[in-house]
Ligand binder design. Sequence first.
Ligand SMILES: *Cc1c(COP(=O)(O)O)cnc(C)c1O
Length: 366
Amino acid sequence: MVKFLDLHKINNRFRDELEASFSKSLEDSYYILGNNVSNFENEFAEFCGAKFCIGTANGLDALTLILKGYIQLGKLKKGDKIIVPANTFIATILSVLHADLVPVLVEPDPNTYNISIDSIKENLKDAKAIIMVHLYGQLCAIEGLQDIAKKHNLLLIEDAAQAHGAISEYNGSRAGNLSHAAAFSFYPSKNLGALGDGGAVTTNDGELTEVIKLLRNYGSIKKYTNKIIGFNSRLDDMQAAFLNIKLKALDNDNNKRRAIAKAYINGITNPKIKLPFYNGSQNHVFYAFAIEVEDRQGFTKFLELHKIEWLIHYPIPPHKQVALDAFSSLILPITEKIHKRIVSLPMSPVMTKNDVQRVIVVLNLY
Ligand SMILES: *Cc1c(COP(=O)(O)O)cnc(C)c1O
């Protein structure tokens, strides 16, 4: 059996340190917004090259609090249009709706699966911001996005939930430091994953940082003094301690993912399989290695027969979800085609050489 993602094996590498930090938290008994959160915020900001990091309860909240923060600062207002990729995990779009803003769904580039600059240009009317998603861990076309944002005076936001550690070829900056504000998720399966939920915002904007710190904690910096109508969306202190341990391994883990991706790309020669676009640089951290096939049902049955686990990121596009019925009449053929054909292969920093070889052999047999 080749596992899709062996979370036990991933986290067990850090067992001694994780247990020690749990013991310390139990001794200290300081559970909410303690030193572990501020230490992690400092470390992660530095890692990303951003001035500030604010821990949040999860990735969806990180995105939502960025948007709510801009509303609080008067840079966005209720009903403003926000350009988002149609081809994304639903959270990106939900954050816009939760902030009482209007998502404008645009098509991806069929080669990289990331938001297409041309389709953004066709949808600029009245737009106030763009949320880019570094899908599957591959950075978006930063240069083009930064140009458009500057030219049209738009806020540029990153959904970096799948791209921890990716480095731009264009300017050498990391995900989290390529826009006005970035949202990360530390959901357990992400490249930097907690042992539960977690998220963070990174930014160089001090004003936005202060507002998000208020928003995540009942509108309060000082206990029982509430300045604005806030939420409860704090990064858990123990998760922050775990994340600080795992952050030290992130670059190395991403290198392993890239090495596996290169082995797949060199090894899989089956013409029935469309391999992902990858330019060989550090701009991709392979949260997912997604291929396209014509007959997905037949292909996934074949993988099951050969005991290779798989997943689909994602089987139904957001605008075809029952929850987003209001968007169901949109015509987005590129997004729909990708969602019908895509399959993710096993990918993680703990795969063995044998696992990788086995996947290659089986895919070439298909
Ligand atoms: C995981 C993910 C999120 C949401 O993160 P949660 O921590 O689960 O809330 C948002 N956007 C993308 C692209 C994701 O992959």
